[in-house]
Design a protein around this ligand. Structure first.
Ligand SMILES: Cc1ncc(COP(=O)(O)O)c(C=O)c1O
Length: 365
């Protein structure tokens, strides 16, 4: 039985009427850029994320850029982030004008190690960007304690963690700003690129709105030099149609993860995802570790099971950061993980038989 890594077509078929209706309404109303559909999604997502303000933008990468520019990052400033993420997190630090400082992960959860943050702080440090990687919250109590002690801002990268919680509190509500991606494969995904920044600070929200809309809130009144980073009406309407399903889809992902955990955790050499206490993991990705990862992936792929690696090279070791001359021993956990991690098929509609098929094939390997 073939098992795809994710199945966006299947999700579309389950809510086809709602999606088609949303797209038709945007076309009927000529509401392609700005307008009521974008406003409605911003309101709805702010409620879902439990924040006062949501400012939509073109994608999750721009969201990080907007957040750092709003927090007035300057050349010479240092921003600390994790060695294990998608490159947007670190690249936007550079594009916002600051210097990237990487920290290792904690060795268990794939999220940033708070003790490594303490060690990386210098007089030039201005902020920390934890990433709730794969859908598991980073250790926000420890991170916020460090941030308060050293007077640093925190931007939470929530691209993979819609509706995740840390000690009962929604992620994205700890730092000054949180950023989201609605890339199609994300837990809440558009049918194209889409993103948002959220905050409880009205001043930051207004500033990010201006930045993302050519520097002004009113047409032709440019208060600052902004960029063009808009969520379009079609994507907003699609996201609003999907949002009511997000909670159910998240539960389905968590149920699928339970089946994987139970089936895989007795198998020799397989390390199932470790969830730290009081963290609500939303399983954007179900990522195991295995010492012979490439052979396991080849075996699964040869038997019709799609897998992926998130990510094959940890950020400090990418060619893009060759200038920093990082060595593996500086980031032992991220370095170990890049050679062992394997993401298994995970999507809300995955069936019990598909999960059993994957488990069975891993066991046979
Ligand atoms: C952790 C993380 N941050 C940022 C982004 C950037 O989001 P986007 O692809 O919408 O620009 C992604 C997307 O893959 C991500 O996984």
């Amino acid at each position: 039985m073939p098992v795809p890594f994710a199945d966006l077509q299947l999700q579309y078929q389950t809510i086809k009427g709602e999606i088609d209706g949303a797209i038709a309404a945007v076309i009927r109303d000529n509401a392609f850029i700005r307008g009521s559909y974008v406003d409605a999604f911003e309101r709805d997502f702010a409620v879902a994320a439990d924040v006062k303000h949501c400012v939509s933008c073109a994608n999750g990468t721009d969201a990080l850029y907007l957040a750092m520019v709003a927090l007035k990052v300057r050349p010479g400033d240092e921003v600390i982030t994790t060695a294990h993420s998608w490159i947007s997190t670190s690249a936007m630090i550079t594009h916002a004008g600051a210097t990237v400082v990487f920290c290792d992960t904690d060795g268990l959860t794939f999220t940033i190690d708070p003790s490594a943050i303490e060690a990386a702080i210098t007089p030039r440090t201005v902020g920390i960007i934890p990433v709730h990687l794969y859908g598991q919250p980073a250790d926000m109590d420890a991170i916020m304690t460090i941030a308060r002690k050293h007077k640093l801002w925190v931007i939470e990268d929530c691209a993979q963690a819609h509706l995740a919680r840390y000690k009962g509190q929604p992620i994205g509500t700890f730092g000054a700003i949180a950023t989201y991606s609605f890339y199609p494969g994300k837990n809440l995904g558009a049918m194209g690129d889409a993103g948002a920044v959220v905050t409880n600070d009205a001043g930051l929200a207004e500033h990010m709105t201006m930045l993302a809309r050519h520097g002004g809130l009113v047409k032709h009144q440019h208060q600052i030099e902004g960029i063009n980073s808009r969520l379009d009406g079609m994507q907003a309407a699609i996201l609003s149609a999907k949002l009511p399903h997000l909670s159910g889809w998240t539960k389905a992902r968590q149920e699928a993860a339970k089946v994987y955990d139970k089936g895989l955790n007795q198998i020799e050499d397989v390390v199932v995802p470790e969830v730290a206490p009081e963290r609500r993991h939303v399983y954007h990705l179900y990522t195991i570790r295995h010492p012979r990862r490439d052979a396991l992936a080849a075996h699964l792929n040869a038997n019709g099971v799609q897998t992926a690696i998130h990510y094959p090279t940890a950020l400090p070791f990418l060619a893009a950061y060759g200038r920093l001359k990082h060595r593996p021993e500086e980031f032992p956990n991220a370095f170990r993980d890049q050679g062992q991690i394997l993401s298994l098929p995970m999507f809300a509609e995955i069936t019990r038989q598909q999960l059993e098929e994957v488990i069975d094939l891993v066991r046979k390997f």
